[in-house]
Design a protein around this ligand. Structure first.
Ligand SMILES: Nc1ncnc2c1ncn2[C@@H]1O[C@H](COP(=O)(O)OP(=O)(O)OP(=O)(O)O)[C@@H](O)[C@H]1O
Ligand SMILES: [Mg+2]
Length: 230
């Protein structure tokens, strides 16, 4: 069960992008709190701002206005270097377009994140092998990302996001390229984290399957995030 202190909170967050003629407001005062061990799904039409919201939650981008607090600390106020260190340690990010490092093999892509977190190589190797096995990717360990299918790259991206056991996993359409059976494998891995590792999972998705298993479903519409009920 989730305990009561929020892991991450948004306070009246606004995000505006410069556009050709005028500014484009994507988030218009979003407030929300996510608790430890919670699995929240964020639904919204294409272009509604789901990726924008996850990027802000993960400290990849900064809000135009408002605050994002991680375990009570305003991360939007950290400088670039501190934000990078914070991200590396606490956040796992499954990018919508994977963002795997093309010059590293699957195995190296996964090891890198553990190396950066100071995990010794032996423990790291075992963890990477365990994840590759769970995601049915062991035979692709030495392949480079551009040799993999979209669904295989997506599974590597999921493995990389959770390898270092972060306290917050942000998953942007984590099953967008998978068939139903593979979707189930990936989902059960992601879904188990809140239960067993006390990880908070926030997934942006179009998939009803991803949303069905969430503790809470939120809807992003016209720049505002609201409870969508179950
Ligand atoms: N860096 C940027 N500069 C300018 N506009 C941007 C930028 N990033 C996103 N946008 C705009 O913000 C809006 C929201 O984009 P976002 O990628 O967050 O939507 P989304 O809900 O994730 O969509 P999808 O479901 O298609 O992935 C879009 O209209 C997009 O064009
Ligand atoms: Mg998106």
């Amino acid at each position: 069960m989730a305990d009561s202190a929020p892991v991450v909170e948004l306070h009246e967050v606004f995000k505006t992008y410069p556009d050709a003629q005028r500014e484009r407001s994507v988030l218009c005062g979003v407030s929300a709190a996510f608790e430890r061990g919670e699995y929240a799904a964020i639904l919204g039409r294409s272009g509604s701002g789901k990726s924008t919201l996850l990027n802000l939650l993960g400290g990849i981008d900064l809000p135009t206005k408002g605050a994002i607090c991680f375990q009570g600390r305003n991360v939007s106020k950290l400088n670039e270097q501190r934000r990078t260190l914070f991200r590396r340690k606490h956040i796992g990010f499954v990018f919508q377009f994977f963002n795997l490092i093309p010059t590293l093999t699957v195995f190296e892509n996964l090891m890198l994140c553990l190396d950066l977190n100071g995990i010794d190589r032996k423990t790291g190797r075992a963890r990477v092998e365990e994840l590759l096995d769970q995601l049915e990717l062991l035979d692709r360990a030495d392949s480079f990302p551009d040799r993999l299918s979209g669904g295989e790259q997506q599974r590597v991206a999921v493995a990389r996001a959770i390898a270092h056991r972060p306290s917050l996993v942000l998953a942007d359409e984590p099953t967008g390229n998978l068939d139903r059976e593979t979707e189930r494998v990936v989902l059960s891995l992601l879904r188990d984290m809140p239960q067993y590792e006390n990880t908070t999972l926030i997934a942006a998705t179009h998939s009803p399957e991803v949303a069905t298993h969430a503790d809470r479903v939120l809807q992003l519409r016209e720049g505002v995030l609201a409870d969508a009920g179950q």
